[in-house]
Design a protein around this ligand. Structure first.
Ligand SMILES: Cc1ncc(COP(=O)(O)O)c(C=O)c1O
Length: 373
């Protein structure tokens, strides 16, 4: 450790972000030919075809992109009946999150968040020498009353992930409205809605909260529904004054020209969006039915993934599926031991998954029966 003394104390304690296993890693580990990747909640239909068509010719790669992203921000603002000045763009919504922390969080500030929730919340909290106040989920759902009780004069931000990663659960809209109004007005409410478009009718719409409670930022992404995960485009919606502070901090040119071109084209891809939502909805119904048949407990999901319980360790179940060419996410690394987080795939991918689980569940049932005997 020749350089550890140079590193900030907060960083010394940190681990790098662990992304899900890649297809190449899975193939290499077990010499597999075909791999089904259901680990990172990507779009199983691929990217938006309109985005791909627009990317066929990227003009002016040698010229810096319009850093104001006037057209894209205007379009995004209009979608919500707002203006360009309500929109901050980012290199994925991860970048928006980091910009929020860099803009608002001082050392010692408290950041109230669920446990477990998206891993970058505690990570960014630690990076900025703030204190993560982690409020356990109840039955897999944010405990809004307990989160409210956790607010102190030191609280800078309260983050709600809706739907929550890794559980896929959502908060109830009426309860959330009461919670948002009860939060002291000086506390910044951050609502991560990376999976908003998958949610059923009547779910929380973060942008409405921005209207009724100005100290609120909603984060959205085009990585999931629009299939642009690798292009990196996410955005935040907030009061123009808040966006103005964030604009001071974000990196210049943090959204590349290809990302901006793809995002703009994808916004018009209504066919693709409809197909994606159809495939997700039917896949959800199939997986929930099959998990019930296999007696595997799961959290009701409002997203494009399901957290399903297994009667062995999550890592053992993850390994067993990987050996069969299916990559999922082990809950062991996500604060959800005993569960796998599985992206809802195409009909064929879901069938492969269920086939593998059928075989594995028979093996899992045997020791259970032995124990009962
Ligand atoms: C809750 C949540 N927020 C944000 C992100 C990151 O999205 P992006 O690709 O826009 O950085 C993810 C991705 O998995 C997520 O699950």
């Amino acid at each position: 450790m020749r350089f550890e003394h140079l590193v900030r104390p907060a960083v010394r304690l940190m681990k790098p972000y662990t992304a899900g296993t890649t297809v190449a890693q899975a193939k290499a580990r077990f010499g597999l030919k075909n791999v089904v990747k259901l680990s990172s909640n990507e779009n199983p239909l691929g990217p938006s075809p309109r985005a791909m068509a627009a990317l066929a010719a990227i003009p002016n790669a040698h010229i810096y992109v319009d850093d104001d992203h006037t057209e894209l921000r205007t379009r995004l603002g209009e979608r919500y009946g707002l203006t360009k000045d309500h929109v901050l763009v980012g290199h994925g919504s991860n970048d928006v999150l980091m910009t929020i922390f860099a803009t608002f969080v001082d050392p010692g500030d408290e950041v109230v968040q669920a446990d477990p929730t998206f891993s970058l919340f505690p990570k960014d909290t630690a990076l900025f020498d703030a204190v993560a106040v982690r409020v356990p989920l109840v039955d897999g759902v944010h405990d809004l009353d307990a989160m409210l009780r956790a607010v102190t004069p030191k609280t800078k931000i309260v983050i709600v992930c809706d739907p929550n990663n890794p559980t896929g659960t959502r908060v109830e809209a009426d309860a959330f409205a009461r919670f948002a109004q009860a939060l002291p007005p000086q506390v910044l409410l951050v609502i991560d809605q990376a999976y908003r478009e998958y949610m059923p009718p009547g779910s929380v719409e973060g942008v409405e909260v921005v209207r009724s409670r100005p100290a609120t930022i909603v984060m959205r992404t085009m990585s999931k529904l629009y299939g642009l995960a690798s292009l990196r485009f996410g955005y935040g919606i907030a009061d123009p004054e808040i966006v103005g502070y964030l604009q001071r901090v974000r990196l210049p040119f943090n959204v590349s020209r290809p990302a901006a071109i793809a995002a703009l084209a994808a916004l018009d891809d209504t066919d693709f969006v409809a197909r994606t939502l159809d495939v997700n909805e039917s896949g959800r119904a199939v997986l929930e039915r099959e998990f019930t048949r296999l007696e595997l407990p799961f959290f009701p999901t409002a997203a494009n993934f399901i957290a399903v319980g297994v009667p062995v360790t999550a890592t053992a179940a993850y390994d067993a599926l990987l050996e069969r060419g299916i990559v999922v996410r082990s809950g062991d690394g996500l604060g959800l031991p005993g569960f796998l987080r599985i992206t809802i795939g195409t009909a064929a991918e879901n069938k492969t998954l269920v086939g593998a689980l059928d075989v594995l569940a028979a093996g899992w049932a045997a020791p259970r029966q032995r124990r009962l005997a």
